[in-house]
Design a protein around this ligand. Structure first.
Ligand code: KIV
Length: 271
């Protein structure tokens, strides 16, 4: 019997038990009520209100422009839809870096105004003071290491991170530091599978990978990418489970034809 199947509400403790029992954690993004409702009904363990909403929802090129108010709008819409999954909200760029008091007040706003269960922050030693202060208020923190899209202007590209020893060692020490500080889980993005495996084996808290191979404690993808709603983004790690953009296109074209030909509405579709 899996930990997952008879749990009514996923908490950070449930995720810890899943790691302990070797049961993989499933996580997807959502930014709105309707899709979050479907995800929750599917039995997903964790819903991430990712700052990828900046790209997917708002059409920005990076995750940097999305604001705290925008994240709170998305997160509160998601929380209203969810009964079972753990809802984690990304803290947007500029709301926690280099200022732990600001980090705490941003995290408190997210928790108070959305009803979510945890926040996610990108970075390691550079943001540990912010992580500490947020944790001191009883707010669970998920870390995010490897490719951290909020630092895109520092990296310059979205290529695989931590291929060289020095960066790989920093990633391992950052992961240990986040665990020691009290983070309940860490997302590791786009790093060699062997490195992610090493971190997952070394740490007691769950490691959730995206483009980090199979030997971690769980997987996360951006919902719109795996459903094929977004089309431009095609990294090697992405498995497309559907081609929804194609299906939406067909449906909408049919609707246009029906309207133009006066096939819609028919007699049964009117009062
Ligand atoms: O913002 C996001 O969607 C994320 C995932 C890619 C992990 O951080």
């Amino acid at each position: 019997m899996s930990v997952h199947s008879d749990i009514k509400k996923i908490t950070t403790h449930v995720l810890q038990n899943m790691k302990f029992n070797g049961e993989k954690i499933s996580m997807l993004t959502a930014y709105d009520y309707s899709l979050a409702r479907i995800l929750d009904q599917s039995g997903i363990d964790v819903i991430l209100v990712g700052d990828s909403a900046s790209n997917v929802m708002a059409g920005f090129e990076t995750t940097l422009p999305i604001t705290l108010d925008m994240m709170i709008y998305h997160a509160s819409s998601v929380v209203r839809a969810v009964d079972r999954a753990l809802v984690v909200v990304d803290m947007p760029f500029g709301t926690y870096q280099g200022n732990s008091k600001l980090a705490l007040s941003s995290a408190i706003r997210i928790m108070k105004e959305t009803g979510a269960s945890a926040v996610k922050l990108e970075g390691g030693s550079e943001i540990v003071e912010s992580v500490q202060r947020i944790l001191s208020a009883g707010i669970p923190v998920m870390g995010h290491l490897g490719l951290t899209p909020q630092s895109i202007h520092k990296f310059g590209t979205y290529v695989v991170r931590a291929k060289e020893d020095e960066e790989a060692e920093k990633l391992i020490s950052d992961a240990c530091l986040l665990q020691e500080t009290g983070a309940f889980a860490i997302v590791i993005e786009k790093v060699p599978a062997q490195l992610a495996q090493k971190v997952a084996e070394k740490l007691k808290i769950p490691i959730i990978g995206i483009g980090a191979g199979a030997f971690v404690d769980g997987q996360v993808l951006v919902l719109h990418d795996m459903l094929g709603i977004t089309q431009e983004f095609s990294p090697r790690f992405l498995r497309r489970y559907h081609n929804l953009s194609e299906e939406i296109l067909i449906a909408v074209k049919q609707y246009i034809t029906d309207v133009k030909n006066q096939d819609f509405p028919n007699e049964k579709e009117q009062y």
